[in-house]
Design a binder for this molecule. Sequence first.
Ligand SMILES: [Zn+2]
Length: 87
Amino acid sequence: MHPLRIVILLLLLYILYRLLTGERRRPAAERPAASPPEHHDVLVEDPVCHAYVPKGQAVVLREGEVFRYFCSEHCREAFCAHRGEEA
Ligand SMILES: [Zn+2]
């Protein structure tokens, strides 16, 4: 058989396969479209109230190379004020 005919045959089989599987549309075969980004799933601990908050929603305080994550602006301010008292 000519190599080109094999390619055409495979292409036709592929189209046939797509038509057959496309009509059925099994939910198990499809991947869930709405999967949240991974960084939202990472939980970080608030050093003030010790609550765990998703990294994407946390209030961030950067101290040089160190990042600190807080549940709210209030906790971040409390942390800064506490550090101010110690120093
Ligand atoms: Zn907090």
